[in-house]
Design a protein around this ligand. Structure first.
Ligand SMILES: Cc1cc2nc3c(=O)[nH]c(=O)nc-3n(C[C@H](O)[C@H](O)[C@H](O)COP(=O)(O)OP(=O)(O)OC[C@H]3O[C@@H](n4cnc5c(N)ncnc54)[C@H](O)[C@@H]3O)c2cc1C
Length: 493
């Protein structure tokens, strides 16, 4: 019998496990895949160790920096190249043409603070800029209680701002259409700033003036996956156990209502090496504990909760959005012509841009100096992202060589540089099935309902991006809070 079982060894689960283990609780983490870390993964491409998922963190809250300090990694925090990102858009003047322009700087999720600024007009033209400026003259119709980001932008600033500035950003960051995103989740404070300032652009300027100077994001020298390496080392030090290849298939509660015993059932790894052997039922193992923290993505968490009671099962019936699968294609290429960083640190692609399938491109060696040094002169790392909400994956059916050819073609178009296919030194593809939990309209209410049912269940905690919001700045404080409630229940501290 353990004190705590943590189901899911992504960053949320590892953080919660560490917080429990460091006060002396016995902890086992059960992770479905062969490696801990979840969306904070790494891979080797052409001899370079690269992030395969998250590669930065938002600095808008102190939570990540404090956590990094606690792990002793503060000296490894690095700022990205300030050159910033670009946009790739349909070119209004050329049929079936496309064009790259710098992403205007003074915005929030692409919403401009100064609609008539030169860099905004380059993207949406004079007519789009005047339409966006009309926002300043309109009455505030709904005082601070807008929900859909897309609706708000369309209403206040018009279609051009939505399609050419905001949609590329939301597709890149949240894999969602702006219409589906809940403002309070993706732009906290925007609604109240709207009420105070009376216009959307005023609200954007007010949020920007309150934000710290410098970049919105930071990274770790060597890659964000180092957080996972440090967390795992700490867990080992504190005596916690991490079991990989252990997908939990069922969770049961026994004992008394106030002092339950939790039993997690795992499908043990399939060891049958002989493919011709008749399929045998997967062997199962069980593990008991006084407390359980579920830190899987939403679909798996709701599945595990469903067996506990009708109230828990009903949570799966809420109006949850369909997760969007995204695929990343990483290319390592010898291309000195990219040394000039032709499109800054990366490019966000507007939907329906002719001739480009990717929705975003990160010029990773332009973004992070430490990686450019590690790669060496003339060698570059490019990461493309595929898959938009509500659309079939454009890459799922492609063989590796076909995806590489598509990625190279997209890179040439987006960066405006002719690249030689024989100069490719490494290529990797990574699929993230449901890692980017969409911050969709109605999310706060759904999350409140989940939290209410869980709070009324002694011995159970839930954490992870699907509840806390996408990104480490949201995930880390939520996992710390979940663990502190478990510690409080277990030890009164
Ligand atoms: C491509 C990509 C890029 C990103 N970029 C950034 C970025 O730059 N900055 C940023 O802040 N955030 C970024 N994010 C988001 C960030 O990585 C996530 O919000 C965060 O890592 C989620 O952590 P988590 O622990 O909640 O979930 P996950 O990382 O999804 O971990 C959940 C874990 O649970 C395991 N699991 C699932 N089912 C079971 C089961 N039945 N039993 C046991 N284990 C199970 C999974 O295998 C997984 O390891 C990115 C995400 C992706 C996918």
């Amino acid at each position: 019998m353990k004190d705590v079982i943590v189901i899911g060894g992504g960053v949320a689960g590892l953080i919660a496990a560490r917080a429990c283990a460091r006060v002396g609780l016995s902890v086992t983490v059960l992770e479905a895949t062969g490696v801990p870390g979840g969306a904070l993964g790494s891979h080797q491409v052409a001899g370079l160790t690269l992030d395969s998922g998250a590669e930065s963190f938002a600095v808008r809250r102190d939570a990540v920096a404090e956590f990094i300090a606690d792990l002793g990694l503060s000296d490894e925090v690095v700022a990205p190249n300030p050159a910033g990102a670009w946009l790739h858009l349909p070119d209004d003047r050329v049929p079936n043409g496309s064009v790259s322009v710098p992403l205007p700087k003074a915005g929030v999720l692409g919403i401009p603070g100064s609609p008539l600024a030169d860099d905004v007009r380059r993207v949406i033209g004079w007519s789009g800029a005047w339409r966006a400026y009309a926002d300043r003259l309109m009455p505030v119709l709904t005082i601070g209680r807008e929900h859909s980001l897309g609706e708000l932008v369309r209403k206040r600033m018009g279609r051009r701002v939505l399609e050419r500035l905001v949609e590329p950003v939301t597709a890149g960051v949240y894999s969602s259409a702006a219409d589906d995103l809940e403002i309070d989740v993706v732009a906290p404070g925007l609604n109240s700033a709207l009420t105070v300032t009376g216009s959307l652009s005023g609200a954007v300027l007010s949020l920007r003036s309150g934000a710290p100077a410098g970049s919105n994001v930071a990274g770790l020298r060597g890659g964000m996956f180092r957080l996972v390496t440090a967390l795992v080392a700490d867990l080992v030090y504190f005596g916690a156990e991490i079991v990989t290849d252990a997908p939990v298939t069922a969770l049961q509660r026994s004992g008394t209502e106030d002092a339950p015993t939790w039993t997690a059932t795992c499908a043990a790894p399939d060891t049958a090496a002989d493919a011709d052997a008749p399929a045998a039922p997967a062997p199962e193992t069980t593990l008991d504990a006084h407390f359980v923290i579920i830190a899987t993505p939403g679909a798996q968490a709701l599945g595990l909760l469903a067996g506990l009671s009708p109230a828990h099962a009903a949570l799966a019936e809420l109006d949850w959005p369909q997760p969007t699968a995204i695929e990343l294609a990483t290319i390592v290429i010898d291309a000195p012509e990219l040394d000039l960083h032709p499109r800054g640190t990366g490019v966000l692609v507007a939907a329906a841009t002719p001739g480009v399938t990717a929705k975003a491109l990160t010029h990773v060696t332009a973004k992070w100096d430490w990686l450019a040094e590690a790669a060496g002169p003339g060698r570059h790392v490019i990461r493309l992202s595929y898959g938009r909400a509500g659309q079939d994956s454009p890459t799922a059916g492609l063989r590796d060589d076909e995806l590489l050819a598509l990625s190279l073609a997209d890179t040439r178009t987006i960066l405006g540089v002719d690249l030689d296919a024989t100069a490719v030194r490494g290529f990797a593809r990574t699929v993230w099935g449901d890692a980017l939990s969409p911050a969709t309209v109605g999310a706060p209410e759904r999350v409140d309902q989940v939290r209410e049912v869980v709070a009324a269940t002694p011995g159970l905690e839930l954490t992870g991006a699907w509840l806390a919001g996408t990104g480490l700045a949201s995930v880390i404080p939520d996992a710390v809070a979940a663990a502190s409630r478990t510690r409080q229940e277990a030890l009164g501290i």
